[in-house]
Ligand binder design. Structure first.
Ligand SMILES: [Zn+2]
Length: 325
């Protein structure tokens, strides 16, 4: 395909921190390349990034990082971390209160909070927190979204029916809860079925896809069911890389070289780290364009530019990033 101008394609992505400092499971493997990662992202058309908080401590770090780099942050507790509520000094109410205070004091300006989350349910990993614990603290965080009129950054794994019934119960069943003070939100890293997509978008929620969402033939089939008016694109870097073993590979193989150079620059193993090169196995924001390309191939009725512009617009609107618009 010809005529695609890379500079016309713009993206907003999410990001969690750990390995852009060269640290893997607490072990230093290479130099900090956070700034080089940002440069690569900018070159690939990434205009904004949302750093996702997965716990109280992580949310504080996400805010600091967002302030330093003029990015955005989310505040919340991931379902797999929700036992932190129980273990917290002063109990779950005190933990929620700390999250609440953090939101209240970061609503404005540079590095501000743009969503409550990650929160939700993850029944693939109940060894970190039981479904009962997860459900309790998913509910309690929904209160913050209504109180501060913020969208939700949602995580749902193998838990769709409980996930949806809690959202319905807490007043998020229609128009993303706008009648109850909320602002909808996005179910990120989506790996469910097409029927689930329809249910979520009918409730007014957006659906976000990354490499994990495009891994199997079933994933690809489901992703075709996403109405582009409800689509967001993400990387979830450093996680969810697209690999040669994934079903997405056949589509990625058709990515024009001019875009491939920007979205998938050459990579080396962490031990062979070289500044300016990607690190194998570590996903980066610059690769969001690969996700866009595969979504375009799954929705041939839309050009690549249409796919990226729709998901850009959806992201700006849901998270209120008006200054980027
Ligand atoms: Zn997640």
């Amino acid at each position: 395909m010809t005529g695609i101008q890379a500079q016309k394609l713009r993206y907003i992505v999410n990001l969690t921190d750990p390995v852009f400092r060269g640290k893997y499971h607490g072990k230093k493997k290479h130099d900090d390349d956070f700034n080089l990662m940002l440069e690569r992202a900018r070159a690939a058309g990434v205009k904004g990034m949302i750093i996702t908080g997965g716990s109280l401590g992580e949310s504080r770090k996400a805010l600091n990082l967002a302030k330093e780099n003029n990015l955005y942050a989310t505040i919340g507790c991931h379902p797999t971390r929700s036992s932190e509520f129980e273990k917290f000094q002063g109990g779950p109410e005190a933990y929620l209160k700390e999250l609440d205070k953090l939101v209240a004091s970061n609503l404005q300006g540079k590095g501000r909070v743009v969503a409550i989350g990650e929160c939700g349910l993850d029944y693939d990993r109940t060894h970190f927190a039981t479904p009962e614990v997860q459900k309790k603290h998913f509910r309690s965080q929904l209160y913050l979204a209504k109180k501060y009129h913020l969208p939700l950054f949602l995580h749902s794994r193998a838990a769709h029916s409980d996930f949806v019934s809690i959202l319905n119960d807490e007043g998020f069943g229609v128009d993303g809860g706008k009648g109850n003070g909320a602002k909808g939100g996005v179910v990120h890293s989506f790996t469910g079925t097409s029927a689930e997509i329809v249910e979520l978008t009918n409730m007014g929620f957006h659906v976000s896809v990354n490499g994990c969402s495009l891994k199997t033939a079933d994933n690809l089939e489901a992703s075709k069911a996403i109405n582009l008016d409800f689509l967001m694109l993400e990387t979830d870097a450093p996680w969810c890389s697209m690999t040669a073993a994934h079903a997405s590979k056949a589509h990625l193989d058709t990515l024009p070289v001019s875009l491939k150079d920007l979205y998938f620059p050459p990579s080396v193993k962490p031990e062979k780290f070289a500044p300016g090169k990607l690190v194998k196995g570590r996903n980066e924001p610059c690769s969001v364009g690969g996700v866009a390309w595969v979504m375009h191939k799954l929705h041939p009725e839309a050009t690549l530019e249409e796919v990226t512009e729709k998901s850009w617009k959806n992201t700006v609107e849901v998270f209120g990033l008006d200054e980027l618009a």
